[in-house]
Write a protein that binds this ligand. Structure first.
Ligand code: NAD
Ligand code: MG
Length: 396
């Protein structure tokens, strides 16, 4: 359970003043820096990004980290030149990411990187004793069986940044140690294609799928929200974070994105967390947990709010969600196959090399061809990822 430490929940230690951020130029990364900017009492010790060195340079000049990692070696060289007047060391590649993750000065790592590339840095940070503010759900989906016991062993907290999981975490406050949830009610907006049937989705273009009704996010997760693969990944994320069996996690479509998720207890009481859709709330909650801080922004106006409605997810149209459940049931390395196939298929779709309905089709084919490894090591997870990528490339 997030916040539950190997040696019990240590509430007072969670004054996180020094943080490192992986994926600082992305949607979650830039919003994390906005929270830092507004609060003024957090020091940023390390930043890491893929290739957007123009933005990274601005961030270095404003937040003055001692270390910055750029995935791309050529871009790292360029950045080294352009920030030579700054007291910052520029590193690159996986070694650079690992160094940024385990930076000795920081107390917390914000994992705002996208994809399975986050697994190794997250493990490195846990081993270095950092608490994790976790946005990078792909890491938990594929390596939850390694990450959660490791966090327990090293006495670090995993604090969820994903809005639904942060909502669940908030609904569990005050109950911890007394009551276990009977059921987790994970809400979903249903994405831009809610209500449509499969045949109506055949000609969907990248622009259509990138138009999320309520949230503005990175491209990969926006496509995942359109296919509902994101909700599948979130069910797996919830299973690991809250140690709840799959049959106790129910997806509820709530199109207005006002209820961020709910927890039902044994006596039938349901506790929900509500608010306007703003990722800065879960980010700030993770950074300052267990304290709440003022956060400017729109408030819910219940006099104006006309309705909050609920639906059952349509698993036939949103085949990716059904496949995610299958992957979860098969367990072991199957969630890695689901995730890797989805990552690759989404990137091909964004490059306009496959159609929208090919995404679940590719995932299904990769899953059908896979023989499950029961409790895969990190090396096995990464080699399954590679095999899946190669399989998809070779079918083209
Ligand atoms: P994004 O695409 O906007 O940003 C990704 C960041 O990762 C960028 O800074 C990019 O430079 C960096 N990155 C990518 N590959 C890298 C590499 N090889 N080395 C170093 N840096 C690399 O993505 P996002 O929407 O911010 O999502 C980040 C994570 O948070 C994802 O796992 C996503 O599922 C999760 N999440 C996002 C939101 C949201 O609102 N955006 C909400 C919930 C969860
Ligand atoms: Mg979410």
């Amino acid at each position: 359970m997030p916040g539950r430490r190997g040696r019990g929940v240590v509430e007072s230690k969670n004054e996180h003043k020094k943080i490192a951020i992986l994926g600082s130029t992305g949607s979650i990364g830039t919003q994390t820096l906005e929270v830092v900017r507004e609060n003024k009492d957090i020091e940023v010790t390390a930043l890491a990004a893929g290739s957007n060195i123009a933005l990274l340079e601005k961030q270095i000049r404003e937040f003055r980290p001692r270390l910055a990692a750029v995935w791309d070696e050529e871009k790292a060289k360029e950045l080294r030149l352009s920030v030579r007047d700054q007291d910052v060391r520029i590193v690159s590649g996986m070694d650079g990411l690992l160094e940024a993750a385990a930076q000795p000065d920081s107390q917390m790592l914000v994992t705002a990187i996208v994809g399975m590339i986050g697994i190794r840095p997250t493990i490195e940070a846990i081993r270095a004793g950092k608490d994790i503010a976790l946005a990078n759900k792909e890491t938990l989906v594929t390596a939850g069986h390694i990450i959660m016991p490791l966090a327990k062993e090293y006495g670090v907290s995993i604090l969820p940044v994903d809005s639904e999981h942060c909502a669940i975490f908030q609904c569990l406050q005050g109950e911890r140690g007394h009551n276990k949830p009977a059921k987790i009610l994970l809400t979903a907006s249903g994405g831009p294609f809610r209500g449509r049937k499969r045949e109506e989705l055949r000609d969907i273009q990248v622009e259509d799928a990138l138009r999320h009704p309520n949230w503005s996010m990175g491209k990969k997760i926006t496509i995942d929200s359109a296919t509902m693969a994101n909700k599948g990944l979130e069910v797996m994320e919830a299973k690991w974070l809250f140690q709840v069996d799959l049959d106790r996690i129910q997806v509820v479509v709530q199109p207005q994105s006002i209820i961020h998720s709910m927890v039902e207890y044994e006596d039938g009481a349901v506790i929900a967390q509500l608010g306007t859709p703003d990722m800065k709330l879960p980010i700030q909650y993770a950074l300052y947990y267990p304290k709440r801080r003022p956060l400017p922004g729109e408030r819910l106006d219940f006099w104006k709010l006309s309705e909050i409605t609920f639906e059952k997810p349509d698993m036939e149209t949103f085949q990716a969600l059904a496949l995610a459940y299958e992957a979860m049931k098969a367990a072991g390395s199957m969630p890695t196959v689901f995730n890797a196939a989805n990552e690759k298929a989404v990137s091909l779709f964004l490059d306009r090399r496959i159609g929208y309905l090919d995404i679940p089709e590719i995932i299904a084919q990769c899953m059908a061809a896979h023989k499950v490894i029961p409790s895969p090591t990190v090396e096995q997870i990464l080699s399954v990822e590679q095999e899946v990528y190669e399989r998809i490339e070779s079918r083209r």
